[in-house]
Design a protein around this ligand. Sequence first.
Ligand SMILES: [Zn+2]
Length: 132
Amino acid sequence: MKDTCWFCNENESNEDKVYNVAMIRRAKEMEEKNVAIPRCDECEARHRKGHTLSTLMYVGEVVLIAILLFVVKLDFIYVAIVYLILMRLLSDFSQRIRRATAKPYKAVCDVYQNEEVSELVEEGLQKRDDSR
Ligand SMILES: [Zn+2]
């Protein structure tokens, strides 16, 4: 029997579209675990769209930084400040994009709500990165 997609809790999950969460404990004895979250085709497509939009946003940031550096010829220190401010804003904005495109279902940034993931977090592990 196949699992139900964790993200929409409606469709049957597709084994090829499983969302893998790499968990890691950075300690003397490093520990790595993978949580495979069942996901259906539709949710994967929604997540992919969110990923693409958020990637485009970061590409836009790089273009803007390049323009400030090489066209506007703004001092490096100001460009660095703009970069730092943008990085913070964009990581927040990236989550909003991912949540908006995943609606009405769960987004990949919501995996902390997953039982297995949250148990590992309680054991002191953390998500390795915000992978797709
Ligand atoms: Zn689904």
